[in-house]
Design a protein around this ligand. Structure first.
Ligand SMILES: NC(=O)c1ccc[n+]([C@@H]2O[C@H](COP(=O)([O-])OP(=O)(O)OC[C@H]3O[C@@H](n4cnc5c(N)ncnc54)[C@H](OP(=O)(O)O)[C@@H]3O)[C@@H](O)[C@H]2O)c1
Length: 244
């Protein structure tokens, strides 16, 4: 897959991994469109990088998604890459009963249903392009859950499963399906005050963006980065061990 000359939509492009992807894709000579809920974040990215287009959109809401798709299909007919990156992560303690589940529906809507719907809504357009891609940002936690964010992990496991099926269904089309599973990344995913430092197990958002571009360049359709690679490898070896 080429890594320049694309027109790319990055959901959640105003911060973290999405922002690093915006920078990397702009540097490589792509047209980039970003969306998110916070206008100020999106405007700040555009102020720093002229040439980035943005639209305020809550991808967890059907009407907001449809408005985004209508806008894209009228203004960016050359769109050929969708990066499903927007995500949220919440702690859920089942010992507290249903109270802690208030945010869970939104987690499922944002992390799982939004990528599924956006991909379905854009697919016939993408199929009309000579070279096109859907890139799903999953997580190492798709393979081994972290119990205090149980719904988040379940959504990422589901994104992994859905990516496999989508890749298979689209195998004879021009649309390639990529899944990139980062390890823990130094972003605000767990909240502004809980941003981890880059270290042995924590990657920078920029390194994740490099990994995505490398995956595209080398047609590596499923890639786990940094410490997430161990989680995927262990799952694969356990799977072969119990399925002899
Ligand atoms: N950080 C990690 O450790 C890690 C590890 C593995 C995978 N990931 C995945 O990487 C992706 C990016 O996360 P990040 O780490 O970069 O965190 P982040 O900095 O919090 O970025 C998440 C982005 O998603 C956007 N977003 C959230 N809900 C949205 C909605 N309903 N509609 C539109 N945009 C929405 C946010 O913008 P607004 O708030 O303005 O909407 C934000 O720009 C996520 O899918 C996450 O699960 C992260």
């Amino acid at each position: 897959m080429k890594t320049s000359g694309n027109t790319v939509l990055i959901t959640g492009g105003g911060s973290g991994i999405g922002l690093a992807l915006t920078e990397a894709l702009m540097r490589s000579g792509n047209q980039v469109v970003i969306c998110g809920r916070r206008r100020d974040r999106l405007k700040a990215v555009q102020a720093r990088m002229s040439g980035v287009y943005f639209r305020v959109c809550d991808v967890s809401k059907a009407r907001s998604r449809q408005a985004l798709v209508d806008w894209l299909l009228s203004e960016f007919r050359q769109l050929n890459v969708l990066i499903n990156n927007a995500g949220i992560q919440r702690q859920v303690n089942f010992l507290k009963g249903p109270k802690d589940l208030r945010e869970a529906d939104n987690e499922v809507a944002t992390n799982l249903m939004a990528p599924i719907h956006l991909s379905a809504q854009l697919l016939s357009h993408l199929r009309g392009k000579k070279e096109a891609a859907i890139v799903n940002i999953s997580s190492g936690l798709a393979f081994t859950p972290l119990a205090f964010v149980p719904v988040y992990c379940a959504t990422k496991a589901a994104v992994h499963s859905w990516s496999l099926s989508l890749r298979h269904q689209l195998r004879n089309t021009s649309v390639r399906v990529f899944e990139v599973a980062p390890p823990m990344v130094a972003t605000e995913l767990a909240g502004e005050r809980n941003r981890p430092e880059v270290g042995d197990y924590v990657m920078s958002a920029e390194a994740v963006a490099d990994g995505v571009l490398k995956a595209l360049d080398q047609n590596q359709y499923e890639i786990a980065l940094g410490a997430a690679a161990n989680l995927l490898a262990e799952r694969d070896s356990l799977f072969s061990a119990i399925n002899r």
